[in-house]
Write a protein that binds this ligand. Structure first.
Ligand SMILES: [Zn+2]
Length: 63
């Protein structure tokens, strides 16, 4: 069994991920926060990013 944490608020998500309609976020609120971050990033970098193997920098994604 692997424990899952919300990448936004780091809340422990008990049970299975199927119980979370907003997976991988613990709630719709956290999903909105993540979406806001995305939009900010796109706003900052309007030009298409060059191909890059690395995943999104920062924000420490928990696997
Ligand atoms: Zn959360």
């Amino acid at each position: 069994m692997s424990k899952v944490q919300c990448p936004i608020c780091s809340a422990a998500m008990a049970g299975s991920w199927q119980e979370y309609p907003d997976y991988p976020f613990c709630s719709a609120r956290c999903r909105k926060i993540d979406l806001g971050r995305w939009l900010k990033q796109e706003y900052r970098v309007p030009a298409p990013a060059p191909p890059d193997d690395r995943s999104t920098p920062g924000e420490g994604e928990a696997n």
